[in-house]
Design a binder for this molecule. Sequence first.
Ligand code: HEM
Length: 451
Amino acid sequence: MGSLMFSLSLSRLVLWASGFILVLVFLKLAHLLLRRQKLARAMDSFPGPPTHWLFGHALEIQQTGSLDKVVSWAHQFPYAHPLWFGQFIGFLNIYEPDYAKAVYSRGDPKASDVYDFFLQWIGRGLLVLEGPKWFQHRKLLTPGFHYDVLKPYVAVFAESTCAMLDKWEKKACEDKSFDIFCDVGHMALDTLMKCTFGKGNSGLGHRDNTYYRAVSDLTLLMQQRLESFQYHNDFIYWLTPHGRRFLRACQVAHDHTDQVIRERKAALQNEKEREKIQKKRHLDFLDILLGALDENGSKLSDADLRAEVDTFMFEGHDTTTSGISWFLYCMALYPEHQNRCREEICEILGDRDTIQWDDLGKMTYLTMCIKESFRLYPPVPQVYRQLSKPVTFVDGRSLPEGSLISLHIYALHRNGTVWPDPEVFDPLRFSPENVAGRHPFAFMPFSAGPR
Ligand code: HEM
């Protein structure tokens, strides 16, 4: 009798729980559908490529490569078009300077639909933070990027670069082509570890290499997640093989940053080391973070500290690695520009064999080539915002508060109305006279506005 009562109440409990879950699923679905309707209605006046009923534009983007696909759509739909990753995340994708100015000069918040995918990995650091806390962290860290802090780093850059060139000298003897991307990545991470995180001169260790590989994995998985609507929900994603791979790579990245923080904290326990830091005229990034107090006079929490270290560790080497690699690719494709850069550097160096801070301002042709390579291959090709108030664009079309915006930097930089023959590598686009007549929001490799 007792066991019958027990199984009856258990089955009733299961029934209740299933009903409850069903209601939750229904409410979530209704919320998503209403949101979709709102986003879609807001973009009514913007024609765009046809959407798949389930995948939106994700399938086409995955099949053909998102960057060039969007450039071809930009030819068909001037200024902007709707871009759907699945059925529930829909952006107005913009690639025209006046459109970019209308949004990026105002400081709207980042679109959490995209940036929240970063949370598990880099936490709430500068890239993801919003509001007063973003402002507090930003103010706190600005002195770490003062010119006087940066100047001595030039010697570190030169040293790490020489190590990379020595490696290439040996590889070149084999008379076989080789992929430079990974070596550039190690060089960028090595300089970052030495400058920003105060690592000694020992070069990258095994742990740094593992971190480097984990970050490569994480960036690819992030892009894949954004483009696959079935991965947008955290709970579902963590259950998939890709989600689990993401979590494993996060663990590797966190172990690395924890170790960096632990080592510096341990060094600070040492009296002599503390005195050395107190005597420094300018503190480095990690000194600032560890010494920082919030508005209540308490230290940054461990989570805040790790988020900033993770953010800078990622942002500081991933962008520079692709920027430098694409620049070298352009130099290889266009030897005439490479020779002009070489001549310029040789003239600046004279009989010295290494670059100094004051030389940087004299490298005018090289700077134009770097900018032209950033135009064609921006290291961050797309950034996202959510409107905090309505916006009206130059052609009179508008979007309401809450709409999602994707600024497609790659397509903006290939917009034929601003850049004649956009596919041609022409550094003279960045000569002072050519820059003077150009829209200030036509070239945005570093985004624009307060972020
Ligand atoms: C070629 C080099 C670089 C490029 C092209 C680049 C590009 C960008 C872009 C486009 C953003 C805006 C992201 C967004 O709105 O979602 C950004 C933000 C950021 N970058 Fe970089 N970056 C570069 C180098 C670096 C380096 C070396 C560091 C650190 C040492 C860094 C740290 C950051 C941080 C912390 C943010 C977030 C800023 C905020 O939202 O307040 N970046 N970067």
